[in-house]
Design a protein around this ligand. Structure first.
Ligand code: MSP
Length: 658
């Protein structure tokens, strides 16, 4: 088999002085969708993301946290990587700028630029923004940063300069020869005028910064953060040995509009100076705004991804960011729009079409995909819609018009809904003719569903995999080749898989409150109570951990435990492990969350008497207030909770445990 063509794409590598919000998540989600799409188009793909860990602001943040920089960035890198892994958008290459492979690549790139005569020493005085790690040309002392609005600092130092001025013509020629290098078009024009206006040489080392990659033989010089950071794209796929892996030049850098110059001017110039291949494309996207302002922790207007994913599922977040914003433009983030889209497009749209189609096949054809009978014009009309959708959705996706691609897919879903409403398979009887008609209608609907499932897979990987299983189709949906996708390939006779909840409808107000409560908890975590590490019977690891220290009876007496009776129990949407209970403790009814949902059916708990710690400080778990703790044993290596109880005696509710 011939080798697959290779495709390499990157997100920016993110600063470690803060944690990811929805703006960063946006780029990573888009990169992940492109990666999945390209794989379905037959490419071998590598997607890189990572952390940008050097610079003054990291030095200061580490100092504030009272820990060495190396420890500070290691913690942050773990948090960033864990978030991408948890959200199902992991990197193929996670590169840290403190990785040895990266340090070597930066030093090597510098040596090549120097050997080719593009580096010289000089002095530089300028106004520097320590938050954006950039000198601001034309700024005066006392000015604020034009990007972030924070005060600039005057810095004079000996630097190595990069002869950026020598690259004005080569860059302009390059843009001309590679008209797709900068996308979208409007951004290209902005950069061409900037370069035409003249380029000043660029200082690429610092002596005022300690926390950076050393310039070999020139200590205390360290590399300027952008010379360092941009090179991470190359370090991730082999650095000096990039030819071995065959992923350089990069096919696609995805970047926000604030970092366009670094990627489209500096970066190609550095590579040209080193005589290395230049990336093929930089795609510039807009910002997610909150009340018309860019999100940032300092403004206190950040939206976190995890609470949204917990409440509505990660597919909902992916769908929303790719459907709601025109890629390339700014867009406003609103919870209202998020939940509205969830309910209308996902719960009522894809989810409903999948569940009603499957239910009708189950009922009428013993859960086996029927063979289509004779076809009427309206059946062929739906087939035409589906075939045209394949062309349109793929073309739009190829051009990074994600919103339009999804719009086309959802129009096909709407057409199928309309078709079912007008054909009314549920109104047909059991005669042979009626059964044949039902078979045709349900086959046609299921085939359209199969096609939209494949097309939506790069954006909704989890839920489309469930629909694929539900339709009983062979293999994995991710392995379907988009180039071969045609009407009529539905495997008939296939046994439907088990029905699974795809997108349960949610109450808008309640969902928003839950997301906000979870976000609040993530931003301002409640310190865990000293006496009890978990609020519920969450697994605590080892079943028989040795007691570390003996306590006096007076310490034990501080824990007030009483007999309680469970009055109501329900699952919490978006929190698979938790049950929300109301418990009568004699003097009052308390709401308590317990981490037992995977082991106890809520209905079976009602009326059960349990041991309750009643004097724990209340706290929120997944945004739901919990006021007390149910006591349970933690059994086995996985810490299965077994509720402590009173099966033999008729104990009074509210009785104290001593
Ligand atoms: N570390 C540099 C990038 C170096 S790449 C060699 C950096 N990091 S960043 O964490 O500040 O930003 C990373 C990306 O997140 C940028 O593309 C930026 O545009 C994007 N976003 C940050 N906030 C955003 C929004 N509110 N909306 C959309 N994207 C935004 O810059």
């Amino acid at each position: 088999m011939p080798d697959k063509p290779k495709f390499y794409l990157t997100t920016p590598i993110y600063y470690t002085n803060g944690l990811p919000h929805i703006g960063h998540t946006y780029t990573t989600v888009v990169a992940d969708a492109i990666r999945r799409y390209k794989r379905m188009r037959g490419y071998e793909v590598v997607m890189t993301t990572g952390t940008d860990e050097h610079g003054v602001n990291v030095e200061r943040a580490a100092q504030k946290a009272g820990i060495p920089e190396s420890e500070f960035v290691a913690r942050m890198a773990v948090a960033w990587k864990a978030l991408w892994d948890d959200l199902g958008i992991p990197a193929d290459e996670f590169v840290r700028t403190t990785d040895l492979r990266h340090v070597r690549t930066v030093q090597w790139l510098f040596r090549l630029c120097k050997e080719n005569g593009y580096v010289y020493k000089g002095h530089y005085t300028g106004q520097y923004c320590i938050y954006d790690n950039a000198f601001v040309n034309d700024a005066k002392p006392g000015d604020n940063c034009p990007d972030c609005g924070r005060p600039l600092e005057t810095i004079t130092e000996e630097n190595h300069f990069f002869k950026l001025s020598a690259f004005q013509k080569p860059l302009l020629d390059f843009y001309k020869k590679n008209p797709n290098f900068i996308q979208p078009e409007t951004r290209k024009n902005e950069i061409i005028s900037f370069v035409e206006g003249g380029l000043k040489d660029l200082s690429i080392t610092r002596t005022t910064v300690r926390w950076g990659i050393p310039v070999p033989g020139e200590e205390p010089h360290v590399f300027y953060v952008w010379f360092d950071a941009l090179t991470a794209y190359l370090s991730a796929v082999g650095g000096p040995d990039y030819e071995k892996r065959g992923f350089w030049p990069c096919d696609l850098h995805l970047v926000g509009k604030d970092i366009i110059r670094f990627h489209t001017v500096y970066w190609p110039a550095f590579l040209m100076a080193a005589m290395l291949p230049v990336p093929k494309q930089v795609w510039v996207h807009g910002w997610f705004l909150m009340d018309a302002a860019k999100m940032s922790k300092s403004k206190g207007n950040v939206i976190l991804p995890r609470p949204i994913a917990n409440m509505l599922g990660m597919d909902a977040l992916r769908y929303f960011v790719m459907r709601e914003i025109v890629f390339g433009q700014d867009g406003n983030f609103s919870f209202d729009a998020l939940v509205t889209r969830y309910n209308s497009d996902l719960a009522n749209g894809l989810g409903n079409l999948a569940s009603r189609t499957a239910a009708m096949i189950e009922k009428n054809f013993d859960g086996k995909i029927p063979k289509s009978g004779p076809r009427l014009p309206q059946d062929d009309a739906l087939a035409k819609v589906a075939s045209e959708t394949i062309g349109e959705a793929l073309e739009r996706f190829e051009n990074f018009e994600f919103a339009r691609s999804l719009e086309a897919i959802w129009s096909a879903i709407a057409a199928a809904d309309k078709y079912l409403t007008s054909e009314q398979p549920w109104a047909l009887g059991d005669s042979e003719a009626d059964m044949q008609r039902k078979a045709t209608i349900l086959w046609t609907t299921a085939e359209l569903l199969r096609i939209v499932t494949v097309l939506a897979h790069p954006v909704l990987p989890d839920s489309t995999a469930k629909v694929w299983t539900l339709l009983g189709q062979p293999g994995r949906v991710s392995a379907v080749e988009l180039d071969g996708l045609r009407w009529g390939q539905l495997a008939t006779g296939a046994q439907l898989g088990k029905a699974q909840a795809l997108f349960p409808r949610v109450d808008k107000q309640k969902a928003i409150e839950r997301i906000e409560a979870m976000a609040n908890e993530e931003l301002n975590p409640t310190p865990a109570p000293a006496a009890a590490p978990a609020h519920a019977a969450t697994p605590s690891g080892s079943a028989a951990a040795p007691a570390t220290e003996k306590i006096g009876i007076e310490d034990f007496a501080k824990v007030e435990m009483r007999v309680g009776q469970i009055k109501t129990a329900e699952r919490i949407v978006g929190a698979d492990k938790l049950l929300k209970l109301t418990v009568d403790i004699g003097t009052e009814i308390r709401q308590i969350c317990a981490g037992i949902a995977q082991y106890y059916e809520p209905e079976k708990l009602i009326g059960r008497k349990v041991a309750v710690v009643v004097n724990l400080a209340p706290r929120k778990l997944r945004g739901v207030e919990s006021n007390g703790m149910i006591v349970a044993a933690s059994v086995g290596p996985e810490g299965r909770p077994v509720l402590a109880g009173f099966p033999d005696e008729d104990v009074e509710i509210g009785a104290r445990l001593k």
